[in-house]
Design a protein around this ligand. Structure first.
Ligand SMILES: Cc1cc2nc3c(=O)[nH]c(=O)nc-3n(C[C@H](O)[C@H](O)[C@H](O)COP(=O)(O)OP(=O)(O)OC[C@H]3O[C@@H](n4cnc5c(N)ncnc54)[C@H](O)[C@@H]3O)c2cc1C
Length: 541
């Protein structure tokens, strides 16, 4: 570095925080030791914001988090430059500008497991950095392992990463770089379509910490018992998916805080101290789910093609990809919450307004789109990706395929909307809240309003077919047909070989090195076909 001043550029992506941010901490430490300068950088990339899976609410959430990040960085003496453009072009401009002042650039960032667009962009940045001799230091922030040779031992590696020390927030004030900070553009300025999401959760770093604390102290008290019903889940679930997707909190922070809380609860239990009804199992269950977070992301990291292609290729032709005729209408009815199935519609409308819905209801929505409506998973998956403010491509596409039956290693789960309605919203409270046209429908009809007599319709002020749609499909008949079509594919001899290879590559090894489970996995692939994670989900929710 002799003869050169150095500018340490911290490139923020899905890590919009100052706490436990290794690239920021290391870049600051180096600037301090070399007398160099430091700059935060965020790119609003046209290729990303124009992707089919990106939506206005995603930008609204990122914008809110960026505003807070900028304030926090300013307190540390770091300026955050926000620019619109493709990353390589922006970085090259910055590099030449710095070079003109005798300054050399070094880039710091976290690894990202994103969609095909960000994957291609990261490779372009790598090429640029090599060509221009720019040092690019990438650090991990989840349990996802790059170039993973095998899933064996992955769980232990995850534990190791999560136990690693938290990066301290850097000390303030040194090496400030004077740049034009750049406005945080509005949706209109970015020419993104309006995407009202009035009940979207706050996505900043402080809100993330509050969510974690409130969950560990009181909200998660009865996590397992309340996570499945949409009536209770919004409060009982951790709601950490948004902060984790935006990176306003680190996974390590969540895991370490959870372990500390577990120790505290255990110690209280040993001395018979009151725990205010908070179950240790809640914290254990949260930790297991954080593990799954990375387990699913790892699938996309290992096989980026699963964003658009089925895990098992034979399933690609199952549901015709081109949406025509009544399937276009079915997709529109599903997306608008007008299928004539009250719980499906209530969940979809709630999701549109809040940007979030709990796991079981996500699985049910996806299952309905894939089995009942026979829609290609990519189409309905994109629709959900745009609605989820916690959209995380690795989890999303793995789950979308899992709930559509195309992984080959998970049991087909065709959720009955009626059963879910009776189980999860017995009195119809959630349905009435989100489907106001059913507000006055009595309990006896709320799960199947199509059964209302003319008198009941009149009394409820809701005529089926006019005020609320008739069911778009007959559930029993639709799933019968779906099962038939699936069994036709799974009978083919090549199917077995392909599912075995999917299992080898992506199946979770519950206990690393567990010989018995290894044998089960390799010798009896069809029994082992229900991926452990999936089994646990079914038991857990
Ligand atoms: C079709 C479908 C699509 C999904 N898409 C996404 C997505 O884009 N982004 C996303 O974060 N989650 C996704 N999930 C998983 C899960 O539904 C959400 O993580 C969860 O509902 C978020 O709420 P929470 O933070 O309160 O979770 P909690 O139930 O409190 O769980 C805590 C954390 O564990 C992780 N987690 C929980 N369940 C799962 C799971 N099944 N798989 C992987 N990680 C899990 C998440 O990080 C979550 O924040 C999807 C599930 C389905 C069925």
């Amino acid at each position: 570095m002799a003869g050169h001043r150095q500018l340490e550029v911290v490139w923020f992506k899905r890590d919009l925080r100052v706490s436990d941010h290794a690239p920021l901490a290391e870049a600051c430490a180096r600037a301090r030791s070399t007398g160099g300068q430091i700059l935060g950088f965020y790119a609003i990339e046209p290729s990303v914001i124009r992707s089919s899976d990106f939506s206005g609410r995603h930008w609204a959430a990122a914008r809110e988090a960026l505003a807070e990040l900028r304030q926090n960085l300013t307190r540390l003496g770091v300026s955050l430059a926000v620019r619109t453009g493709e990353v390589v072009e922006l970085l090259e401009r910055l590099r030449t500008h710095a070079a003109g002042r005798g300054t050399k650039l070094a880039l710091w960032s976290h690894e990202e497991t994103g969609n095909a667009v960000t994957y291609a962009r990261d490779r372009a940045v790598r090429r640029w950095a090599q060509t221009q001799s720019v040092e690019w230091n990438e650090r991990t922030q989840t349990g996802v392992v790059r170039r993973l040779p095998s899933r064996d031992g992955w769980a232990a590696a995850w534990e190791g990463r999560m136990r690693a020390p938290i990066s301290a927030v850097p000390d303030p004030s040194f090496g400030w770089t004077h740049v034009e900070p750049g406005e945080l553009p509005t949706l209109a300025e970015l020419q993104l379509a309006a995407d009202p999401c009035p009940n979207r959760q706050n996505s900043g770093e402080a809100a993330a910490r509050e969510l974690l604390d409130s969950f560990l102290i009181h909200r998660g008290r009865n996590y397992s018992g309340e996570m499945s019903s949409p009536r209770t889940a919004a409060n009982a679930c951790s709601r950490l998916s948004v902060p984790l997707a935006l990176g306003t909190i680190s996974m390590r922070t969540v895991v370490q805080s959870a372990h500390a809380r577990m120790d505290e609860l255990q110690a209280a239990r040993e001395v018979g101290a009151p725990s205010d009804g908070y179950r240790i199992g809640s914290v254990r269950s949260l930790i297991a789910r954080l593990h799954w977070h990375c387990h699913f992301m790892q699938k996309l990291e290992d096989e980026p093609r699963i964003e658009t292609q089925s895990f098992v290729s034979a399933f690609d032709g199952l549901r015709a990809a081109d949406l025509t005729g009544d399937r276009v209408e079915r997709l529109a009815a599903w997306a608008a919450g007008r299928t004539g199935y009250p719980l499906i519609d209530a969940c979809m409308r709630s999701l549109r307004t809040t940007g979030w819905i709990n796991f079981r209801m996500r699985a049910m929505l996806m299952s309905f789109a894939s089995y009942d409506l026979w829609l290609p998973w990519r189409e309905s998956g994109v629709e959900l990706a745009r609605l989820f403010t916690d959209y995380e491509p690795g989890i999303h596409w793995s789950q979308v395929q899992m709930q559509s039956g195309t992984t080959g290693i998970n049991t087909l789960r065709m959720y009955s909307p009626l059963k879910q309605s009776l189980d999860q919203d017995p009195s119809g409270e959630f349905i009435r809240r989100w489907v106001p046209e059913l507000a006055a429908v009595p309990e006896v009809y709320i799960h199947e309003p199509r059964r209302m007599t003319a008198e009941a319709e009149k009394a409820a002020g809701c005529e089926i077919g006019r005020d609320y749609p008739r069911p778009v499909v007959d559930h029993k008949e639709a799933v019968r047909q779906a099962r038939e079509k699936f069994s036709e594919v799974t009978k083919r001899p090549e199917h077995r070989a392909e599912t075995q290879s999917v299992l080898r590559m992506h199946g979770s090894r519950k206990r690393p090195g567990d010989k018995a489970s290894e044998e089960r996995r390799t010798k009896r692939p069809r029994r082992a076909a229900s991926d452990t994670v999936d089994d646990q989900l079914e038991l857990g929710v």
